[in-house]
Write a protein that binds this ligand. Structure first.
Ligand code: SF4
Length: 297
């Protein structure tokens, strides 16, 4: 994203901005200026990075006042990490250790994806996080499956897998003992009233300025379609966005009828929790029907 589009984002209206979509934020030459810009508007700021350039950027990120640095790591096992990510885990860990030793450091979160190949290493992952000075571990699911060859790697299913659950519990207990936070996504598919991306009060601004509910509704591809594998089937859905900051003011896009209607469905679904008798829950919007986030994982 270039600075011209970035400056049109009304950060003063948001509590938190995560400067990342599907790419690597530290490859953006303006990343430090972006953090400073959003912070100056009173917004908390974070990034998710693959950590490879942290040695170069750590000092400047801290000086810019970044609040959260999440580092995405495939596995606590050197061989597995290298196989999945194509880089050395030990170098990455050095970079994180370095960041954690800087005075005024941000919150450091290590993020991993729970896959059938990596789930057993989760307790080891927690130990590793403590060792490098991280504050938190987040274990995500493979919640977007772009092609059939990646199906079957996910650990979530219609029925909670006991073995996976035991590993997660073990990792959770260990984190508690070591004094770091731990959060693992649910592993049972269950329709959520509102997904964890919280489209009621959050949004995604894409690199080209599109305003969309979330990263799952708008991928950085040339096509206007998203291809997903959902419950074993390849599905195609139209990207969902409601306007562009290149042409309009954010406020105008946020308040347009279509976007308001989209959010209203989730608002009505959320209200259903408090209502005594819910006769019919509003349907999920089309783009959400085949998104795993709508099913809690
Ligand atoms: S259900 Fe999926 S596509 Fe819909 S708002 Fe949530 S994360 Fe985005």
């Amino acid at each position: 994203m270039d600075m011209e589009i970035f400056r049109r984002i009304p950060f003063e209206k948001f509590r938190y901005a995560h400067l990342q979509g599907w790419g690597e934020p530290l490859l953006n030459p303006n990343i430090i200026e972006m953090v400073e810009f959003a912070k100056a508007k009173g917004c908390r700021v974070g990034i998710t990075t693959n950590g490879l350039l942290l040695d170069e950027f750590a000092e400047d990120l801290v000086k810019a006042g970044i609040d959260l640095v999440a580092v995405s790591i495939a596995s606590a096992d050197e061989k597995t990490h290298r196989k999945i990510r194509g880089c050395k885990l030990s170098d990455l860990l050095e970079n994180i250790r370095m960041l954690s030793n800087i005075r005024g450091k941000p919150k450091i979160t290590l993020v991993t994806m729970m896959l059938k190949d990596t789930i057993n290493d989760l307790p080891k992952f927690v130990e590793m996080a403590k060792d490098v000075g991280a504050d938190e571990v987040i274990a995500n699911n493979l919640d977007y499956i772009p092609s059939p060859d990646l199906t079957g790697l996910e650990v979530f299913s219609e029925k909670e897998n006991r073995e996976v659950l035991n590993v997660i519990r073990k990792a959770e207990e260990l984190a508690k003992r070591l004094g770091i936070s731990f959060f693992a996504k649910p592993i049972k598919l269950e329709e959520a009233l509102v997904c964890a991306e919280d489209p009621i009060s959050s949004c995604l601004i894409t690199v080209d300025g599109h305003v969309s509910p979330c990263v799952y509704a708008h991928l950085p591809t040339r096509s206007d379609e998203i291809i997903r594998v959902f419950r074993g089937k390849v599905v195609r859905v139209r990207k969902r966005y409601f306007g562009s900051l290149v042409e309009e003011d954010f406020e105008k896009v946020w308040k347009c009828k279509e976007y308001k209607d989209f959010r209203a469905r989730f608002e009505r679904r959320k209200r259903a929790i408090d209502e005594f008798l819910v006769l019919e829950l509003p349907e999920l919007p089309d783009v959400c029907k085949t998104c795993y986030k709508a099913y809690s994982v």
